[in-house]
Design a protein around this ligand. Structure first.
Ligand code: IMP
Ligand code: MG
Length: 188
């Protein structure tokens, strides 16, 4: 059942409303403030998916921080990762000696985060933590089983909205919705 004309046909259901997301971000930010108080840290958002989450999160963390972004992509407009995550050397910010907090939209196979963690440690990060808005059920057995801050554990479906896309669309929805599986099959 569609509850609002603003919800596209291809969205089966709304999983996380704007309000639920906002309340959870307030809690995550409070945890981060407790853990990072007195530390000079670098908050590193993974593009593109995390840009909406990141912008809401950092404005709830009133601590000195540096903000940067890193583009890591392993999707080619489909619903499964198709290439190994990789970031060329010249696109990495200064990591050595920094406390790095990585901000991600969603943890699925864990390959993106496992790669980022490996690289940050290799590049001499003083500490490395991950904050992800969502983690798909079963992430405990993924390639990155230990994210430090998790907003929501969600069912194993393909979700869009609040920054997350399918073929670069739907990022502007202000909620997270489950994309119709039939639709994703037709499109890919
Ligand atoms: P992982 O490397 O498999 O953990 O995938 C992480 C990346 O895949 C995320 O940064 C997202 O960009 C993308 N991704 C994984 N699941 C979804 C989804 O359900 N919707 C949209 N993007 C997703
Ligand atoms: Mg992403």
């Amino acid at each position: 059942m569609k509850t609002s004309p603003a919800i596209p046909e291809e969205i089966d259901s709304v999983l996380l409303t704007r309000q639920v997301i906002d309340e959870r971000i307030t809690e995550l930010a409070a945890q981060i403030v407790r853990d990072y108080d007195g530390m000079d840290f670098l908050i590193l958002g993974i593009l593109k998916g995390a840009f909406v989450f990141m912008s809401d999160l950092i404005r709830k963390i009133p601590l000195p921080m540096e903000v940067d972004f890193l583009t890591i992509s392993s999707y080619m407009g489909r619903t499964r990762a198709t290439v190994e995550p990789y970031v060329p050397d010249n696109q990495w910010p200064q990591i050595a000696g920094r406390h790095v907090l990585l901000v991600e939209d969603i943890l699925d196979s864990g390959r993106t985060m496992a790669y980022a963690a490996r690289e940050c440690l290799k590049r001499g990060a003083k500490s490395f933590r991950v904050c992800t808005l969502m983690a798909k059920e079963g992430f405990e057995t993924s390639a990155f089983p230990n994210p430090d801050y998790v907003g929501f554990v969600i069912p194993n479906a393909f979700v869009v909205g609040y920054g997350l896309d399918f073929g670069e669309r739907y990022r502007n929805l202000d909620y997270v919705g489950i994309l119709n599986e039939e639709f994703t099959r037709q499109a890919s």
